[in-house]
Design a binder for this molecule. Structure first.
Ligand code: IPT
Length: 979
C-alpha cells in the first residue's frame, strides 16, 4: 500500500475532509431528540493505517475485539483497570518538535490506527420524520466514518466539530457505527501545540434528530448601547422562525431587529436572557447576553468600558482522561478561575469543548477563542514548508476558522477570535482573518505570531519582559521596519497573550507586571501561561511528564507549567495571582489609620462586597469590626478612616488586616468568600532580647556554652537544650527550580547551570578557628567550592544565658562573585519527631522575594509534610518568609527559634535528595527533619520561559550578609515568648 492508493490518500490530502455538513452554531439546548453514543465501544488497534475496511461491514463480528471508553484517548486506556497500562501505546510529549519527520503532508508508516465499532438502537419514540445528524465534537487526528456499512466520509481538525447527515441510513435497531481513527494525518502538521500527543475519539459522539424545518444554523447578534442602556437583538436563522425572549417581552421574526431596555452582559455581571428560537421543526434555546466589543481609541472596550484582562491560558486537561473532560471538571475550572479573581481565559490553543463556553457565558469570563492551529515545529527547519505560508493548505485553514466561528459565534463570553498559536506568518493566516472579519465583524481578531499585526486588532506578545512591556505601555516600543505598519501597531491595544510561565515554583515578578498593566491604559492585561499542569496520573511516578513513557523526543516537565497541580489543587502561584490581580486595592498608612480603597473592576461598583478590619498585636487579633465603604463605582476610589486603635504599644508588633468579602451568594462562590485583602503595619515592635552570660566550658571533644553543645575541633553545633543537631552549617544551595534551570535545555545556560558549574551544591567547609572567649564562642570558617578561589568567610558568634542560645552568622564574600547565591542561611538536622511547626510570619503558604503575594502576616501551624509544596518535578519549595518566631515540636520539648526576621524551610529530606528527585515518589522521609534558617533567598523569576529574576530580587553575593537567630527549648507549659 502507498499513499497513492485511494484507500488512504485522504490521510495526507491537505483538504479538510469529505462528506461532512457545513459547520453551524452549537446551541445550548434544543427540543429535538438526541442520543448520546458515548459509552463502551469495541476497539482494535493497528500499527499502520493501510488496512482493509472489512470491519465497517454491518455483519462484521467484533466479539474478539477489546473495549474502550468513548470519549477517550486509547493511549490512556488498557485492558487493566481503565488507566494507562501501555496496552494501546503511550502518550508522548513534545513542546514544539514534531515526533515524526517533517515532510508535509506525509506521515509515517507507523501510524497507530484505532478501529472503533459501536452498535446502537434508536430509543423508543425516536421520531420517524425528518433527518438525523451524527456529530463528532473532537477526534484526534483523522477519522473515517461508516454507518451501517455505508461510508460517510472522513475529516481532520481534532478539536473541532464535524457532522454527517445520516437520516436515511438509520434503522430502529442494530445500527452499526464504524470509526477508523488515525493518530497521524496531514492535520497533525497543523496541530503542533505544546501538549501530549494523544489520539482518540476524545469528545462526545451524538446522534441528533433533525426534524423537517429544524434550525440549520442561527446567528445571535445582541449588541448593547451603553449611552442609551439598550440592547439590540437580531437572530438570523435558517430557516426563518420566531425569536422569543419572554423576560424582555420580545417576540419577533428571525432577521428582524429590536431594541429594548436591557442589562448588559459582562464577565463581572453575566446577565443572560433566556429565550427560544422557534422554527417549524425545532425550538432552540437562546441565552442572550447583550454586549458590544470594540477596539476604539486604541483600547478594547466592552459596552464602552476599557477592559483589563486578568487572564489564564487554558488547555483542556485531566490527569486521568487527558483532553476528555466531563462537565463537572469544566465547571470546576470556571469556578476556580472566578474564585481566584480571574476574569478572562484564552482557549489555548484550540476551541474547547462547547460546554465550557456555556459555563463562561453563565458564570462570566471574557474569552479569547483560539483556533485549532499551530505549526511551531517548522521553526526547527527555518519555517521551510510551513503550511500557513503555502496556499495549498489555505482551504484547510479556512475550514478550521469556519468550524470555530460557526460553532461558537453565539456566545457572549467570546469577545475575541484568535487565529491560532505559533505558526510564524503566512497568507493562510491572512485568509483566515479576512474570512472571519467578513463573517463576524462584531469581534476583534488576535494572533501573536506576526509582529506586524497586519491581520489583527491587537499588539500581542508572549513572555515580553517587564522593561519591554513598560516601553509598550509608553508607546515607545522598537519600531517595525515598515513605517505604515508601525504607525498602525502603535495605535493598537496591547495584550500579553502568554506571560508569567507558571512552571514549578513561581512565577516570580507577577506583581511588577500587574503594576505595569494598571499604570498604562494601552496595556490591557495578560494571560498567565498556563492554567493546569499536564501531569498524567502514573502508578510509579505519581504524575508522569515528558520522557516517562520512553518517548524518542520529549520536552520533560515543560508540560507541567500550570497554576493548578494536575489534580486541580491550586499551587502557590495561583494563590499569588489571586492576590496580585485582586479587583479592590486597599493601601494606606497604618499609623495614621487612613486607607484608600480603589475599585479596579471594569464594570461593577463595590456594593457586592463587605469590608472588615482587624487589629492585630504580635500576630493575634485583638479587635475587629466592619468597615463602612461606599459603593465606589468601577475605576473610582475612596478614603476611609480606620477606627482608633485599642491602645498604642510601641513594644508590640501591630498591624491592620483589611478584608473584602462577597456580601451575598453568587453563582460561583458563597457569601463571605474572600476577594481582596491588605495588611497595613503600625509598629514593628521589639525583637527578642539578646542573652549572654554563659561562658564556654571545654570538656574533651565537646564545648558547652549555656544551652548549646559544640564539637570542640570544628565548632559545629551538636545539640541545643539537649536536642541533638546534625549537619549544622552555612548552606547556600537550593534544589534548582524550573525557573532557576531556565531554558538551559535550549540555550545551555541558566543561573542554575552556573551555580552547579561553580559548585555551590558541593561547598567545602574549612574551620580556621574555634575561639572560646569569656562569654562567647566564635567559630571562623571559609566556605568555598573546589577548583575556585571564590569563597564565603563565615563567622559564627555564639552566646547564651543558659536557656537561650544566640547565633550571629556573618558572611563576607571573598573574590569576584558574578553569580547570585541561591540562598544564605544555616542548615541543621533535627530528629524526625520534630515534625510540627508553628510560626509568626508570612503564611500559610510559601514565599520567596518575588512571590508570596498571597502570604499574610499571622500565626500559622503546619506539619512538616504540609510545609512541602508538591511540585510535579521536585525542586526548592516551601520557604516561609518574614518569620519573627518559629516553633518546632516533637510534642514534648518545643524548640523555639526567634531573634531577627528570617525565612525557614523544614523538610523530611535533605536538599541533596530534593535536588536528585525527578518525581514526587522519589522523595522518602528519613530520620531527620532538615531545617533551613535563611537570611535571604534569591528570587524566583519566570525564566523557564520568560524573564529571570528582577534586579531587586537577586541575592547579590558581593555584599556581606548576616543571620541572627536564637534557639531555646522550653517545657511545654512555659509561655512561648520570653519576658
Ligand atoms: C509558548 C507557546 O505558545 C505555548 O504553547 C507554550 O509552549 C509556552 O510557550 C511555553 O510553555 S511558545 C515559546 C516559544 C515562547
Amino acid at each position: 500500500m502507498t499513499f497513492a492508493d485511494n484507500d488512504i490518500a485522504y490521510l495526507v490530502d491537505v483538504s479538510p475532509g469529505t462528506g461532512t455538513l457545513p459547520p453551524r452554531a452549537w446551541p445550548p439546548g434544543s427540543d429535538a431528540a438526541r442520543l448520546s453514543l458515548n459509552g463502551t465501544w469495541r476497539f482494535r488497534l493497528s500499527e499502520h493505517a493501510a488496512l482493509d475496511t472489512g470491519f465497517a461491514h454491518e455483519d462484521f463480528d467484533p466479539s474478539a475485539w477489546d473495549e474502550v471508553r468513548v470519549p477517550g484517548h486509547w493511549v490512556l486506556q488498557g485492558r487493566g483497570q481503565g488507566t494507562h497500562d501501555g496496552t494501546y501505546g503511550s502518550p508522548a510529549y513534545t513542546n514544539t518538535l514534531y515526533p515524526f519527520p517533517l515532510d508535509p503532508p506525509y506521515v509515517p508508516t507507523e501510524n497507530p490506527t484505532g478501529d472503533h465499532l459501536h452498535r446502537f438502537d434508536l430509543p423508543a419514540g425516536w421520531p420517524s420524520d425528518g433527518g438525523a445528524v451524527l456529530r463528532f465534537d473532537g477526534v484526534e487526528s483523522c477519522a473515517r466514518v461508516w454507518l451501517n456499512g455505508t461510508e460517510l466520509g472522513e475529516f481532520k481538525g481534532s478539536r473541532l466539530p464535524h457532522e454527517f447527515a445520516v437520516g436515511p441510513l438509520l434503522r430502529p435497531r442494530g445500527n452499526v457505527l464504524a470509526v477508523r481513527v488515525h493518530q497521524w494525518s496531514s492535520g497533525s502538521y497543523l496541530e503542533d501545540q505544546d501538549q501530549w500527543w494523544m489520539p482518540g475519539i476524545f469528545r462526545d459522539v451524538t446522534l441528533l434528530h433533525r426534524p423537517e424545518d429544524a434550525v440549520r444554523d442561527h446567528f445571535v447578534h445582541a449588541s448593547y448601547d451603553h449611552d442609551s442602556g439598550t440592547g439590540t437583538l437580531r437572530v438570523d436563522s435558517e430557516p426563518a422562525g420566531r425569536v422569543l425572549i419572554p423576560g424582555l417581552g420580545i417576540d419577533i421574526a428571525s432577521g428582524e431587529s429590536v431594541t429594548v431596555a436591557a442589562e448588559p452582559w459582562s464577565a463581572e455581571q453575566p446577565r443572560l436572557y433566556e429565550g427560544e428560537l422557534v422554527t417549524g421543526g425545532e425550538r432552540v434555546r437562546l441565552r442572550v447576553g447583550f454586549r458590544t466589543v470594540r477596539v476604539e481609541d486604541g483600547l478594547i472596550k466592552a459596552n464602552g468600558r476599557p477592559l483589563l484582562f486578568r487572564g489564564v491560558n487554558r488547555h483542556e486537561f485531566h490527569p486521568e482522561t487527558g483532553r476528555t473532560l466531563d462537565l463537572a471538571t469544566m465547571r470546576e475550572d470556571v469556578l476556580l478561575m472566578k474564585r481566584h479573581n480571574i476574569n478572562a481565559v484564552r482557549t489555548s490553543h484550540y476551541p474547547p469543548h462547547p460546554a465550557f463556553l456555556d459555563l463562561c457565558d453563565e458564570l462570566g469570563l471574557w474569552v479569547i477563542d483560539e483556533c485549532d492551529l499551530e505549526t511551531h515545529g517548522f521553526h526547527a527547519v527555518g519555517w521551510h514548508g510551513n503550511p500557513v505560508a503555502d496556499p495549498r493548505w489555505t482551504p484547510a485553514l479556512l475550514d478550521r476558522a469556519a468550524r470555530m466561528v460557526e460553532r461558537d459565534k453565539n456566545h457572549p463570553s467570546v469577545v475575541i477570535w484568535s487565529l491560532g498559536n505559533e505558526c510564524d506568518t503566512g497568507e493562510g493566516l491572512t485568509a483566515m482573518a479576512g474570512w472571519i472579519r467578513e463573517r463576524d465583524p462584531s469581534r476583534p481578531i488576535h494572533y501573536e505570531g506576526d509582529l506586524s499585526c497586519k491581520d489583527t486588532d491587537f499588539y500581542s506578545r508572549m513572555y515580553a519582559d517587564h522593561a519591554e512591556v513598560d516601553a509598550i505601555g509608553r508607546g515607545a516600543e522598537d519600531p517595525l521596519p515598515d513605517a505604515g505598519l508601525d504607525a498602525r501597531r502603535r495605535g493598537l491595544p496591547f495584550l500579553q497573550c502568554e506571560y508569567a510561565h507558571a512552571m514549578g515554583n513561581g512565577p516570580g515578578g507577577l506583581a511588577e507586571y500587574q503594576a505595569l498593566f494598571e499604570r498604562y491604559p494601552r496595556l490591557q492585561g495578560g494571560f498567565v501561561w498556563e492554567w493546569i499542569d499536564h501531569g498524567l496520573a502514573h502508578e510509579e511516578f505519581g504524575y508522569a511528564y515528558g520522557g516517562d513513557y520512553g518517548e524518542e523526543l520529549h520536552d520533560g516537565n515543560f508540560v507541567c507549567d500550570g497554576l493548578l497541580f494536575p489534580d486541580r489543587t491550586p499551587s502557590p502561584g495561583l494563590l499569588d495571582f489571586k492576590s496580585v490581580i485582586q479587583p479592590v486595592r486597599m493601601e494606606g498608612d497604618g499609623h495614621e489609620g487612613v486607607v484608600t480603597i480603589r475599585n479596579l473592576y471594569d464594570v461593577v461598583d463595590l456594593s457586592h462586597l463587605t469590608f472588615t478590619w482587624s487589629y492585630e498585636k504580635d500576630g493575634e487579633t485583638v479587635r475587629e469590626g466592619v468597615l463602612d465603604v461606599p459603593a465606589v463605582p468601577a475605576g473610582g476610589s475612596t478614603e476611609v478612616k480606620l477606627p482608633e486603635p485599642p491602645r498604642r504599644d510601641p513594644d508590640a508588633a501591630t498591624q491592620w488586616t483589611l478584608r473584602a468579602r462577597l456580601a451575598r451568594d453568587t453563582a460561583w462562590a458563597a457569601r463571605g468568600h474572600l476577594v481582596a485583602w491588605a495588611q497595613l503595619p503600625v509598629e514593628y515592635g521589639m525583637g527578642a532580647p539578646v542573652p549572654g552570660g554563659s561562658a564556654p566550658v571545654a570538656d574533651g571533644a565537646r564545648i558547652t556554652l549555656g544551652s548549646g553543645t559544640f564539637d570542640a575541633r570544628t565548632g559545629t553545633l551538636l545539640a541545643v537544650g539537649g536536642i541533638p543537631v546534625r549537619g549544622f552549617g552555612l548552606d547556600v544551595w537550593r534544589a534548582p527550580t524550573d525557573n532557576d534551570n531556565g531554558m538551559s535545555w535550549l540555550t545551555g545556560s541558566s543561573v542554575a547551570v552556573k551555580w552547579r558549574a561553580l559548585g555551590l551544591d558541593r561547598m567545602h567547609h574549612r574551620v580556621d578557628a574555634v575561639e572560646s572567649g569569656t562569654d562567647a564562642l566564635t567559630v571562623r570558617t571559609r566556605v568555598a567550592p573546589a577548583a575556585s578561589d571564590l569563597a564565603l568567610r563565615v563567622t559564627y558568634h555564639w552566646i547564651s544565658n543558659g536557656i537561650r542560645l544566640a547565633l550571629r552568622a556573618d558572611v563576607e564574600p571573598e573574590g569576584v562573585w558574578k553569580v547570585p547565591l541561591p540562598r544564605i542561611g544555616v542548615r541543621l538536622g533535627l530528629p524526625a519527631a520534630y515534625d510540627r511547626t508553628t510560626w509568626w510570619g508570612a503564611g500559610p503558604g510559601e514565599s520567596y522575594p518575588d512571590t508570596g503575594s498571597a502570604a499574610m502576616q499571622g500565626i500559622w501551624s503546619a506539619s512538616v509534610p504540609e510545609l512541602q509544596t508538591p511540585y510535579v518535578r521536585p525542586q526548592e519549595n516551601g520557604a516561609r518568609a518574614d518569620v519573627r518566631w518559629l516553633e518546632l515540636t516533637d510534642g514534648q520539648r518545643p524548640l523555639l527559634v526567634d531573634g531577627g526576621t528570617f525565612s525557614f524551610t523544614a523538610r523530611p529530606w535533605s536538599t541533596a535528595e530534593l535536588d536528585a528527585a525527578a518525581h514526587r515518589t522519589d522523595l522518602v522521609a528519613g530520620d531527620t527533619v532538615w531545617l533551613h534558617l535563611d537570611a535571604a533567598h534569591h528570587g524566583i523569576g519566570s525564566e523557564s520561559c520568560g524573564p529571570g529574576v528582577l534586579p531587586d530580587h537577586r541575592l547579590d553575593a558581593t555584599r556581606p550578609a548576616r543571620l541572627a537567630v536564637q534557639f531555646s527549648v522550653r517545657g511545654s507549659q512555659e509561655p512561648r515568648r520570653p519576658a
